[in-house]
Design a protein around this ligand. Structure first.
Ligand SMILES: [Zn+2]
Length: 405
């Protein structure tokens, strides 16, 4: 089992590296005609450098994180932590919380220098970073607390249900996870997002009027429209749709509003409304719920297999020690699921673009997409294989082609 786990870990790393190398080489090849001329000569050079910097950084981070996992397995790291928490207490639920608390805490500590480098060196060098050390630290503390509350709560519940219900625990656990998923999906912008960002009404009156006119025309009941202070972290721009029913929300980054004309912003908004009209968010939620059913059904079987814990080098298997091995073994499956998810998501983007074209203006959307690519220094010539596995949105040249067809 130990060998299988290591093969899966190293295999994942190799696939990721091959895809990134292909992608990195492709940016130097001639770009599709739809995207030629969007960047100035200087911007092309910067986009290539930006992509190279991210590629190198990503590759090093992946190699190091895989190496740490392999060393933890072969050198008995997981066994050491397990022995330590068993010495601390006899209560298996507390052992589980301590075990994951230590491992996740260590994981966070290791990742801090990486995210610091990404934000304050790479993003800073290319002029994207607006974050401060104070904000960076506050973000880490908030996500740690949030992760501890949600992750800790779920882990406790999992242990409790296994103890209480035996092998049928997974069905009830799935039920609880489904309720949480629906809750988070519905209240994301009103409860979770405000922990990190400030949402406020659109300030620009002209823009507001154009948006309301458009929504009225297409019969979209606009109850929650916000601008978000994305600029406090980065100069990059974005927009998204979230939630369902009366809680449906459209969020525009302040950086998007600042950089684009009113017509371009309405075109982006029309695209987001397209996601709603075509019921994409609801579909994604149900896809996630179905996927969770499959994962937990498998977990129901895996939790009683001590081989998983032994494969990680753990001498005294507990319900919680096998979880990490389970997710390693599941990662090739989730790679495939992610691939299907991306195929579907790209289809949805084309549908939302087509909706924006039909309900508003295709050329304005193209202008907006071009500006977004410039502002974000996007890779305008990604490798088809990388796009196939990794891209949730089609590359810009394909979107432009589809909108014009
Ligand atoms: Zn979209």
């Amino acid at each position: 089992m130990e060998a299988i786990l290591i093969i899966v870990l190293v295999g994942n790393l190799l696939i990721e590296l091959v895809l990134s190398v292909l992608n990195q080489k492709n940016i130097l090849k001639p770009w599709p005609k739809e995207v030629r001329g969007i960047f100035s000569q200087a911007q092309v050079k910067r986009a290539v450098e930006y992509s190279q910097a991210n590629f190198r950084f990503g590759a090093i981070a992946k190699v190091i994180s895989t190496a740490i996992m392999v060393i933890m397995i072969t050198e008995g790291g997981f066994n050491f932590v397990n022995g330590f928490v068993i010495d601390m207490t006899n209560n298996e639920l507390i052992q589980a919380l301590l075990y994951f608390g230590i491992l996740m805490g260590a994981n966070q500590l290791i990742s801090i220098p990486f995210s610091y480098y990404q934000t304050f060196v790479i993003e800073d060098k290319f002029g994207f970073n607006n974050s401060t050390v104070k904000l960076f630290v506050a973000d880490i503390i908030k996500s740690l607390l949030l992760g501890a509350v949600i992750g800790g709560g779920l882990l406790w519940l999992l242990g409790f249900l296994i103890d209480y219900m035996g092998s049928s625990f997974w069905l009830v656990f799935w039920g609880v996870v489904v309720i949480i998923m629906i809750f988070v999906n519905t209240f994301y912008t009103s409860l979770l997002l405000p922990i990190f960002n400030k949402l406020s009404p659109i300030g620009d009156e002209d823009l507001k009027k154009e948006i309301f006119d458009h929504c009225h025309k297409v019969g979209y009941k606009l109850s929650n429209l916000f601008q978000m202070d994305g600029s406090k972290r980065s100069k990059k721009a974005n927009a998204f749709f979230s939630g369902m029913g009366p809680k449906k929300t459209i969020v525009l980054y302040d950086t998007l509003i600042e950089g684009q004309s009113n017509e371009e912003i309405v075109a982006v908004l029309a695209h987001e409304i397209g996601h709603y009209k075509k019921k994409h968010t609801t579909f994604n939620l149900f896809f996630g719920i179905a996927q969770m059913f499959g994962i937990l059904w498998l977990l129901g079987w895996a939790i009683n297999q001590p081989e998983l814990s032994i494969g990680l080098g753990v001498n005294e298997p507990k319900f919680y020690t096998g979880l990490i091995a389970f997710f390693i073994l599941f990662s090739p499956v989730s790679f495939i699921i992610g691939m299907f998810q991306n195929i579907l998501s790209r289809k949805m983007e084309y549908q939302a673009d087509a909706y924006a074209k039909q309900s508003y203006n295709g050329e304005k959307l193209i202008e907006a997409l071009k500006k977004l690519s410039v502002d974000n220094l996007s890779n305008l010539n990604p490798h088809p294989a990388y796009v196939f596995f990794k891209y949730s949105h089609p590359p810009i040249h394909k979107r432009i082609k589809a909108i014009r067809s």
